[in-house]
Ligand binder design. Structure first.
Ligand code: XMP
Length: 514
């Protein structure tokens, strides 16, 4: 599959994935590669342009990330951002030093609008700076095309070699015209046509999967989550009944979720694939009986999942391909964090099954970011509620029940969670909250219902806002929503007599309540 590609060379900056996202928003496919990637490999990608990212180091420090200067003769435009711009100057004979005034935050920059990088950008524009070092002297052949009060070389160009450098970060939203600058680079400097679209992704993937699979057999572990659902539909459009999906219902899914997955992927659904639902609830409950330690529960659920999947796979016999729902953030090599390409352990599988007899793995989504996976899902006609599903941990409700897991407790948490989700949606809050669910605390306490004393469980409600799930804040839920949810839960769910709302953020808590 031939497509225009821009390569982001990763020097360990925190916004590197964002650069790739912004380039893709311009309709140009973009890949991130570590600065440790061999030059020949980068050349073989035949990029239309290259972007050097920022990074935390000083380029004159011993051992700081660097790259062969040969790259500047590769014959395609290069844009260096922050550390990337300093490195470019450093390698080409300029001088980098500690800036007398450290710039951090939104800074007004004056740009030269005659540069192709700044076509249609305002002469004075707000840019995001975050640097200790700066360019003291430009490398020969460069001219300054932007400056700020404290930074004489806020952007530079070498027209002859098609090299561009910005001290600021065009990829972050705080740089008000940053997207315009990146689009100028991609279109006017690199000459891209910009024909990367989700519909062409879907079409091209289907064609290339068909070619690869031929008349082979394909096996997919379907969890009902976004990634595995999109992967399964893509495969089914490509190879139809050559695909078998195994859906293990471990009895720890949200209320009605197993049936919803079956309705979409099963024999009455719109897709022509072989669908096997394994109702393994009892197996999981019996393995979990009496186990209270959360890590132990996770381990048991992960292992049991693999066993069940393997047993089904054995019945099917040898297959040619195993589908994994790996997505791009799982495989990006980090510039500083080492080179290993991580293969995502399927979020339910927790590792590759050992005994499944297959020749090759297919990872149809490994080039996509999460929201691109969602777009592909919509493109493929997958229902909205599946495409926009909240994150849900592989071990499911098993880790949203504090203490031991029983069928009765699973039912309590499922019912309470369904009410909470319904009330959040009724209040129109579902689009603004990143993740929300109910968990069963292991606490029982005395209450009174009617005229009777009760000694029942407490449910904890959680709702968080976050962009990256690494940190999160507890969402501010209007009191009437909490009140109504509480009243419904204690009335409708047996053995619950108290409801708490979790106000803790992450850190110090985690998002899951386990
Ligand atoms: P924590 O609880 O670590 O969770 O703050 C961060 C995000 O990851 C999700 N999560 C998981 N997702 N398998 C998954 O696919 C898991 O085992 C798992 N554990 C936590 C969690 O729901 C939150 O979105």
């Amino acid at each position: 599959m031939k497509r225009e590609t821009v390569v982001v060379l990763d020097f360990g900056g925190q916004y590197n994935q964002l650069i790739a996202r912004r380039v893709r928003e311009c309709g140009v496919y973009c890949e991130i590669h570590s600065y440790k990637t061999d030059f020949e490999k980068i050349k073989a990608l035949n990029p239309k342009g290259i972007i050097f990212t920022g990074g935390p180091n000083s380029c004159y420090e011993p051992g700081a990330p660097t790259y062969t200067p040969e790259i500047f003769r590769i014959g395609v435009p290069i844009l260096g951002i922050c550390y990337g711009s300093q490195l470019m100057m450093h390698l080409l004979g300029g001088k980098i030093g500690r800036a007398p005034v450290r710039e951090y935050g939104k800074i007004e920059v004056t740009v030269d609008r005659n540069s192709r990088l700044f076509t249609d950008v305002s002469e004075k524009t707000i840019c995001w700076m975050s640097h200790n070092d700066y360019v003291e002297e430009m490398a020969p052949g460069f001219t300054a095309i932007a400056h700020s009060d404290n930074c004489p070389y806020a952007a530079m160009e070498n027209k002859e070699l098609n090299l561009y450098a910005t001290q600021f970060h065009p990829e972050v939203l705080h740089t008000q015209e940053g997207q315009k600058m990146l689009s100028n680079f991609v279109y006017h400097v690199c000459g891209c046509a910009g024909d990367w679209r989700m519909d062409s992704f879907v079409e091209q993937s289907i064609a290339s999967i068909r070619e690869k699979v031929g008349d082979g057999k394909v096996l997919c572990a379907l969890s009902g989550g976004v990634d595995s659902s999109v992967a399964a539909v893509l495969l089914s459009k490509a190879v139809g009944e050559q695909l078998t999906c195994v859906f293990v219902d471990h009895g720890l899914l949200r209320k009605n979720e197993g049936d919803e997955v079956e309705a979409v992927f099963g024999p009455d659904g719109p897709y022509k694939l072989n669908f096997i639902r394994v109702n393994a609830q009892e197996r999981f409950y019996s393995r979990l009986a009496g186990v209270t330690e959360p890590e132990r529960k996770r381990k048991i659920i992960g292992e049991e999942f693999i066993r069940v999947f393997e047993e089904e796979a054995k019945k099917i016999g040898a297959v040619d391909f195993l589908v994994q729902g790996t997505i791009y953030p799982d495989v990006v090599e980090s510039g500083v964090g080492g080179e290993s390409t991580v293969i995502k352990s399927h979020h339910n599988v927790g590792g590759l099954p050992d005994y499944v007899d297959f020749k090759e793995i297919i990872e149809p989504l490994r080039d996509l970011f999460k929201d691109e996976v969602r777009k592909a899902g919509l493109e493929l006609g997958i229902p909205d509620y599946l495409v926009y599903r909240q994150p849900f941990p592989g071990p499911g409700l098993g880790i949203r029940i504090i203490g031991d897991v029983t069928a009765e407790k699973v039912k309590m948490v499922q019912d309470a969670d369904a009410i909470w989700r319904e009330e959040i949606a009724n209040a129109g809050l579902d689009k603004t909250i990143s993740q929300y669910f109910a968990a069963l605390t292991n606490m029982r306490s005395v209450g009174v219902m009617g005229d009777e004393r009760t000694y029942d469980y407490a449910i904890a409600l959680s709702a968080v806002t976050t962009t990256d799930f690494m940190t999160a804040e507890s969402a501010q839920i209007p009191w009437d929503v909490l009140e109504k949810t509480t009243s419904r839960i204690v009335n409708e769910v047996k053995h619950i007599n108290r409801v708490f709302y979790d106000c803790t953020g992450k850190p110090p808590a985690t998002i899951e309540f386990e």
